[in-house]
Write a protein that binds this ligand. Structure first.
Ligand SMILES: [Zn+2]
Length: 107
């Protein structure tokens, strides 16, 4: 992913509208690119921060953004666990089929 793509994804990230693959690529880029990290902070401040200021609540940009990234990590973790579960299930189905075929051949 390049910086243009990452910047296009920032609003989607803030709206929670990236799918797992996009989120993963986006996060990897943000973690390795100071420019985009800064751009994310700015857009986060503008979209979320202004909302928060209007409603008069306390607002800690760094903390909120960190927890946003944390949530993304949890989602990715969950997605990876699900993927793993799917592989296991596929493996089991494959194994069951194999057993059926072997039984069929023996009988
Ligand atoms: Zn970048």
């Amino acid at each position: 992913m390049n910086c243009n793509e990452a910047e296009r994804m920032i609003p989607l990230f803030l709206e929670d509208e990236l799918d797992t693959d996009e989120l993963k690529a986006f996060k990897t880029h943000i973690e390795n690119c100071e420019d985009c990290k800064e751009e994310l902070s700015i857009q986060f401040l503008v979209t979320v921060g202004l909302d928060r200021l209007e409603s008069g609540g306390d607002f800690d940009l760094q903390r909120e953004l960190a927890s946003r990234m944390d949530n993304a990590n949890h989602r990715l973790q969950f997605g990876e666990n699900m993927q793993w579960l799917l592989y296991v299930l596929e493996g089991l189905v494959g194994l069951a089929l194999l057993i059926l075929i072997v039984m069929f051949l023996i009988l």
